[in-house]
Design a protein around this ligand. Sequence first.
Ligand SMILES: [Zn+2]
Length: 259
Amino acid sequence: MAEGLSSFWGPVTSTNEWCEQNYVYSSYIAEFFNTFSNVPGIILAFIGLVNALRQRFEKRFSVLHVSNMVLAIGSMIYHATLRRMEQQGDETPMVWEMLLYIYILYSPDWQYRSTMPTFLFIYGVVFAIIHSQLLLGFIFKIHYALLCLLCIPRMYKYYLYTEDRSAKRLGRLYLITILVGSLCWLGDRLFCKDFSRWYFNPQGHALWHIFMSFNSYFANAFLMYCRAQQRGWDPKVAYFLGLMSRFKRQRPSNTCRLN
Ligand SMILES: [Zn+2]
């Protein structure tokens, strides 16, 4: 990871460095591709937010889209600076976001309505404090992966109960993007030396950002579809630009499968 231009942000203090040369295009941006590959995440989360507000979904979905935006902005700042504090500004919201997904996925079945958000809130605060003091490194990655895994059985249950083919397609796109994104992330970590010798570094970490931007979008759209069904809205997924989805709210019906 050779250094390029002089660094506006000072020496690298983050515990992670990625397979992209630092300060190649600007002295204000440490990792150019890893920084700007977060832009799709902001745009997609904004589209999701507009969708959620227009269709009058519960506030939790708006919060989810806003948290996706905050996460993408935090990631941009971190990759632009590669400083330890900004690294926490990237990593801590990643965990908060997963806690939000856990709440949305599991709360409809939770009998004691206030206990789950209270527990998750306290968990998020305690994690933030511990992570700020210890910067958990490898443990952070394992912990984050476990939180992701916690969501999958419930997502799979929703997928099994969904009959609509367009909605099922959202579920499959969610799975494909997380798998391909994870392979890009791993490739960037494991084969950096080889990639660095190539004429053009494939920028696996930047690709991970892009795939995960779509992954969050598909996950949120799928969850919104399931929620709309639970509420008896008889939703239909309408696609535009090939991949993007929006909902058509139809006559009320009682097709609710979960909850
Ligand atoms: Zn990143």
